[in-house]
Design a protein around this ligand. Structure first.
Ligand SMILES: Cc1ncc(COP(=O)(O)O)c(C=O)c1O
Length: 393
């Protein structure tokens, strides 16, 4: 059979994720040390795991309501109010299979064929494919390292056309660690309102900010009605494998997204919802002690990793959020892809080429510091050796 003729044009247009490619190489080489994966190295706190075990013991093994457990949606509303001053009611929140599902639902709910969606780049890998699969057109808004990789209002204005439907924001950012502060978001919001755009705001790293508390763009004046806020438990609560996240959106949008979620997913995994409920319940009581503890550890690593790259002559911003650094490797004479390929070959250390996150990431690499200080020290020593060897060629 000629599968090429059978498969949809849209799916054939998608490129495999650049992160995945390096990850697969690492899995096939047991001596390789990876700084490639963006997932917490902490195990989900015991109390949260235990809540899932108890839900099984009690026999809670059925579907939940499509939109998710009411108690969990109530806690999500309480959490969004407490942490980010966002007021939603339970009908405006749907529990999803990770933030990933919420990203896909948001794009599918908004985008018609030919609609343009602006994506500040470097960006997380799933946004463009989601837009393409809807027949939409992803438009890259290039964010420079000189501006701390923040999306600038003037640059946004240049990307807008009659076909622009939405902007997909993601701060704190994967892969750069950039954070948009209130004043940054206010500038952007003026342009967004002027051109009547929708905002899909992926705030999955909202708990991992190192200088000041996260600000949600939906909390700015007159913004909530044009925002879909996406969040989840994977990063903040070290719960990647549980596959649980959520979105909050104005009711007319939330109801449409819920329809799609009902058809495609039914409901997020029941045991994971009980675990998430525990994570929020105890966090609200104890001031998110477990999250704070993990964040302190990331913060120690963050400084160490950024200083190490700068020390070896690779320009690297000290990121304000998430758990990634995005050093510029241009001074070695290699682009990010060549650097990552040779580094793996010569030193068995895996990092992700910046180009995986958009064309403007060409001369960068992404390293995650969601690894122990011991692993990070070892990997950075090897990277330093490699840089010296390359520069002395
Ligand atoms: C920016 C961003 N959004 C969403 C996700 C996916 O999150 P989830 O595990 O909740 O699906 C990731 C995972 O790396 C991410 O970096």
């Amino acid at each position: 059979m000629n599968y090429n003729d059978i498969l949809s044009d849209k799916i054939k247009q998608l490129k495999p994720s650049g992160i995945r490619k390096f990850f697969d190489i690492v899995l096939s080489n047991k001596d390789a040390v990876s700084l490639g994966v963006g997932e917490p190295d902490f195990i989900t706190p015991w109390s949260v795991r235990n809540a899932a075990i108890k839900s099984i013991q009690k026999g809670y093994t059925q579907y939940t309501s499509n939109s998710g457990l009411l108690q969990l949606r109530e806690k999500v509303c309480q959490y969004l109010k407490l942490r980010f001053d966002l007021s939603y009611d339970t009908e405006e929140v749907v529990i999803t299979v990770g933030a990933s599902e919420a990203i896909d639902l948001s794009v599918r709910a908004l985008v018609n064929s030919g609609d343009e969606v602006i994506i500040p780049e470097p960006s997380y890998v799933s946004y463009s494919p989601a837009v393409i699969m809807c027949g939409g057109v992803p438009v890259a808004l290039k964010c420079d390292s000189e501006n701390g990789f923040k999306a600038k209002a003037a640059e946004l204005e240049k990307c807008i056309t009659k076909k622009t439907k939405a902007i997909l924001l993601s701060y704190p950012n994967n892969p750069t660690g950039a954070v948009m502060y209130r004043e940054d978001l206010e500038e952007l919001a003026k342009v967004i309102k002027k051109h009547n755009l929708m905002v899909i705001s992926d705030e999955i790293y909202c708990e991992l900010t190192y200088k000041s508390k996260h600000v949600s763009i939906a909390s700015l004046e007159d913004m909530k009605q044009r925002c879909i806020v996406i969040n989840g438990f994977s990063k903040s609560f070290a719960m990647t494998g549980w596959r649980v996240g959520y979105f909050a959106a104005p009711k007319p949008i939330a109801l449409e997204m819920l329809k799609l979620h009902q058809y495609v997913i039914m409901c997020a995994p029941t045991q994971s919802q009980y675990a998430a409920l525990q994570a929020l319940t105890e966090g609200i009581i104890d001031g998110f002690a477990a999250v704070e503890e993990m964040k302190e550890e990331y913060n120690r690593r963050r400084r160490f990793v950024a200083d190490s790259f700068n020390g070896m002559g690779l320009k690297c911003q000290n990121p304000d959020g998430a758990f990634y650094v995005f050093p510029d490797v241009y001074s070695t004479g290699l682009n990010g892809e060549q650097f990552a390929t040779l580094l793996l070959e010569k030193k068995n250390i895996a990092v992700v080429p910046g180009i995986s996150f958009g064309a403007c990431g060409e001369n960068f690499i992404r390293c995650s510091y969601a690894y122990s200080l011991k692993t990070l020290s070892y990997a950075l020593e090897k990277i330093e050796e490699f840089v010296k060897e390359i520069k002395s060629r």
